[in-house]
Design a protein around this ligand. Structure first.
Ligand code: ADP
Ligand code: MG
Ligand code: MG
Length: 884
């Protein structure tokens, strides 16, 4: 079978749609070669070989070695050089490349094929001994680190010493002789560490590197990255072996990374950074401050260094043409790597570029307007969960602030937290001490990924917009300021110095990742504006989705926020949340602790005006949109008094003696309240509670419709029903009150009575229940608890273990369990609609705002989802994507 796919010289065996086999990098290198874009020739060993490798005790499949040697011969031919040759050596890079891009996660080896002899050949042939030995030392360091396991800091120390000896700061200031000495020391170090010399046989080097790329699939950084991004281990990585091109051959050479559009704003500007006389990794590692690609970019960043557009105008033009070609071909923003060797441009990578959510919206909307993609494509390209980033606060422009420093605006959003100086500390402070932290580093590396993930924000003092910290932070949606050069970090003292101040570990700072500013202390934030590209995309979203999106809200503030976010009604108003206000809780307690109906009615009469006003507010804000009100649901004990003073106060208000209240309080104790006296069981035992609530609803509905002239159609929802008879009784009570109110006020409004489906029994008997219920709302929080027999509040610790052991893949309280709970929803929907065609169905659990759960709701035919106000836009987008 075929174990090698060649590319280069204007043609390739692979294509961009072969990512599963060739990995993203290999597939796109092949595609570029087919498009006639200059790509150094090479070949890809497919992911299947990696899978084979792990399934067969780390061995290669038969035929692989021979096929590699044949493909290598083709590369030699195209390049006119020979692998391992003494006078004209071919050098290659060995690059990993998984299906999904895993930036910086896997190890790449450059300049492979150099040894003590071929380095001399390279020096002579290129006429540049400095370049040859610079390449050799890079190779020894990378190969020793990645393949031989000799830690890179040994080599960095030797390099620092060499620079100190020569009294220079930059790598580029070292001469050929300096590098020769460094190389000798590097080799000594390898020999000391390994007990044998650095491998001189180029074939041994090649297979060592291939094995190391396969091996890197299982390194800790890769495993962590896969876990954070849901990438299955079974995919494996491909290996790309590619002829080297050199950006480190002098002043007419460079290496860089660029984006077809600005990845942080989404503007249609060519954006990128490059370094003259450097090799690939240098830009990302933040070794020197990179130069901007365009004049425009240089002006924005107020950089004195010339842009590529100015310094290398001819190559820049060529690169810009490739930018347009690739974007038109892939129909999406591309992230590219390139190297210029002696004035000649080579493309080394292209992939769909990571971007901020703001940029994603702008790019999608712009591309749809440009006609490059359809509106549906645009909708499909936005990750609903990522919208969260935009809906969140930015710094209040009016708030006073003390600026500490300015860096690059590497990832937008505002964040405050306590300063920590290592990824480890970040994890500790967050997990153990429940602190919010800002991770401050000179620069970050892939080992820091865990700590970066838990931090509110990330601040680095070195590196550009494409540094590791910047790329990773944008991917995570974490605010980041990068390259704040005035800040001096002292890791040992756990402090940093800037602007004459010393900031210690634990001090609070604020980052504005949108401007690159760093402030002392916590700066207040404000809510974002939801206009522009966001509004445009949401308009498109609303034209194609079929499910409605409502909100769970009971306060006027939440209801108004949700309206602003596009909510089309209230799907769940939890009336009990309205009972905790200080002026009400006393009456609520009085009601609960009353020993008879008369006492309860007296207390309820005090609550009625409050409830009525609540509903007047909600009906007014919702302007005729549907409002579903759930009657009292939680176990009564949630309202019980805790102190003797509370009890005394209640006794006084109810005009009964303290001992009686105490006794009643004790008698209400339940050992399993979530399965106890709650939901409609309260309405069954104390109908007067639900009667008061129904009265408040209907009086409010009639008065708002009289005042505004708008139709108000309340939906009265009975919780925790398990039998039709429960609902029958409660509906009768509600209907009776409605009739009374309408007669007394001389006007009636339309209303519906329905139920939550949150017990498995209700789901199974939905056909019966639908004879009475005019709508169902799936209360998936309780339905998940009752289906799993697992309390949401107590399941955290063991669910972690369950997920680690692969019993449940996701937290069922965050992401709807489609197999189990979903099956009950399907059954209830079918049986309910069989009885009552057109029965209105919705969901009001947490899951209503979870994109994958929203997709499921569409599949089973729900009419609407209801979620918390901030998730409304997310649900709208997810609902649209569900019909794409
Ligand atoms: P990553 O997946 O971490 O980006 P890459 O395989 O893309 O790793 O390589 C790391 C760096 O080395 C990149 O900057 C890339 O452009 C550069 N590079 C890789 N192969 C070559 C090559 N054949 N010639 C010159 N530079 C290369
Ligand atoms: Mg790369
Ligand atoms: Mg419930």
């Amino acid at each position: 079978s075929k174990w090698v796919y060649s590319f280069g010289g204007g043609r390739a065996e692979g294509r961009s749609d072969m990512k599963n086999l060739l990995g993203g990098k290999g597939a796109n290198l092949a595609e570029m070669a087919n498009l006639g874009i200059p790509v150094p020739p090479g070949f890809t060993i497919p992911t299947e070989a990696c899978t084979f490798y792990y399934q067969n005790g780390n061995t290669y499949p038969e035929g692989l070695q021979d096929q590699v040697m044949v493909a290598l011969a083709t590369v030699e031919q195209i390049m006119g050089a020979k692998f391992g040759d003494q006078t004209n050596p071919l050098l290659v890079s060995v690059r990993s490349g998984a299906r999904a891009s895993m930036p910086g996660m896997m190890d790449t080896i450059l300049n492979l094929g150099l040894n003590d002899v071929s380095v001399e050949g390279l020096a002579k042939r290129s006429g540049d001994a400095r370049f040859a030995y610079d390449s050799y030392r890079r190779f020894i360091q990378m190969y020793s680190d990645v393949v031989l396991g000799v830690d890179h800091h040994h080599f960095e120390e030797i390099l620092e010493e060499a620079k100190d000896d020569r009294n220079v700061k930059l790598d580029t200031e070292l001469s050929a002789d300096d590098w020769k000495k460094v190389v000798a020391k590097y080799k000594d170090k390898v020999k000391a560490a390994m007990g044998r010399p650095f491998p001189q046989d180029v074939r041994e080097q090649l297979w060592g590197a291939v094995g190391a790329v396969f091996g890197s699939w299982m390194n800790q950084r890769a495993i962590t990255y896969r876990r954070l991004h849901d990438i299955p281990e079974s995919w494996g990585t491909a290996v790309n072996v590619q002829a080297m091109v050199f950006g480190n051959m002098g002043e007419d050479c460079c290496t860089g990374v660029c984006f077809t559009r600005d990845p942080s704003t989404g503007d249609n500007d060519f954006y990128g950074e490059f370094l003259i006389n450097a090799q690939g990794e240098d830009v990302v590692a933040g070794i020197r401050t990179p130069q901007q690609l365009t004049i425009h970019g240089r002006e924005l960043q107020r950089s004195d260094l010339p842009s590529m557009e100015e310094a290398m105008p001819v190559v820049f033009k060529e690169l810009n043409a490739i930018r347009h070609k690739l974007e038109a071909h892939y129909k999406d923003m591309q992230d590219m790597e390139f190297t210029v060797q002696q004035g000649r441009l080579w493309m080394l990578q292209t992939r769909t570029g990571k971007r901020t959510t703001k940029a994603a919206l702008k790019i999608a909307v712009d591309m749809a307007r440009e006609g490059l993609i359809t509106r549906k494509d645009a909708i499909g390209r936005i990750d609903p969960a990522a919208l969260d980033q935009l809906l969140h606060p930015t710094l209040d422009p009016k708030a006073s602030r003390t600026m500490l420093a300015r860096g690059l605006p590497a990832s937008p959003g505002a964040a405050s937290g306590k300063v920590v100086f290592s990824a480890e500390d970040a994890e500790k402070w967050v997990k153990e001490r429940k602190e919010k932290v800002i991770l401050v580093r000179i620069e970050t590396s892939p080992e820091d990924i865990g700590g970066m993930h838990v931090s509110e924000g990330i601040l680095t003092t070195r590196g550009g917009m494409t540094s590791h910290a910047a790329v990773v932070a944008r991917g995570m949606g974490t605010p980041c300021v990068a390259g704040a050069g005035e800040i001096r970090v002292d890791y040992a003292a756990k402090t940093f110095k800037v602007a004459g101040k010393v900031i210690a570990e634990g001090d609070v700072i604020t980052l504005d990742g949108g401007t690159g500013e760093v402030f002392l202390g916590a700066v207040p934030t404000i809510q974002p504006e939801l206009t522009g590209d966001f509004a445009t995309l949401m308009e498109w979203v609303d034209t194609i989705r079929t499910m409605k999106v409502r909100t769970n809200a009971e306060t006027p503030l939440d209801a108004a926020t949700a309206r602003k976010f596009g909510a089309e009604g209230i799907g769940l108003c939890r009336t009990e949340h309205m009972f905790f206000a200080p002026e009400r809780i006393l009456a609520v307690r009085e009601m609960i602790l009353a020993s008879d109906e008369k006492g309860r009615r007296a207390a309820l009469a005090k609550l009625l005006p409050f409830q009525r006003q609540d509903f007047i507010d909600l009906f007014t804000i919702m302007q005729g949109l549907p409002v579903t009100i759930r009657l009292l649901d939680p176990p009564l004990h949630e309202f019980l008094p805790h102190t003797d003073a509370d009890i005394a106060e209640i006794a006084k208000a109810a005009n009964v003696d303290v001992a009686a209240v105490k006794a009643r309080n004790a008698s209400l104790h339940e050992s399993n309240p979530m399965l106890g006296h709650r939901g409609c069981r309260l309405g069954i035992t104390y109908p007067e509670i639900y009667e008061m609530q129904a009265r408040a609803i209907f009086e409010a509905a009639v008065s708002v419709s009289q005042e505004t002239g708008r139709t108000v159609t309340p939906e009265v929802m009975i919780p925790l029903v398990g039998a039709k008879k429960e609902l029958d009784l409660m509906k009768d009570a509600v209907d009776k009150i409605a009739a009374e109110v309408f007669a007394a006020m001389g006007q009636s409004v339309k209303y519906h009575v329905g139920t939550m489906i949150e017990l498995p029994r209700a789901a199974l008997l939905a056909g019966d229940i639908a004879q009475t219920a005019e709508f169902f709302s799936f209360g998936t929080n309780d339905l998940t608890q009752t289906t799993f027999g697992m309390s949401r509040d107590d399941s955290g610790p063991f669910l972690e273990v369950y997920r680690a052991k692969g019993i449940y893949e996701h937290d069922p309280f965050a992401q709807l369990d489609q197999e189990g709970v979903g099956e009950l929803i399907k059954i209830a929907a079918e049986r309910g609609r069989a009885t009552r065609p057109g029965l209105k169905l919705g969901i009001c659990g947490e899951h209503g705002g979870d994109p994958s759960s929203v997709g499921f709701c569409q599949k089973v035919g729900l009419d609407y989802v209801s979620c918390s106000p901030y998730r409304v836009p997310i649900a709208r987008l997810a609902a649209a994507q569900a019909v794409l």
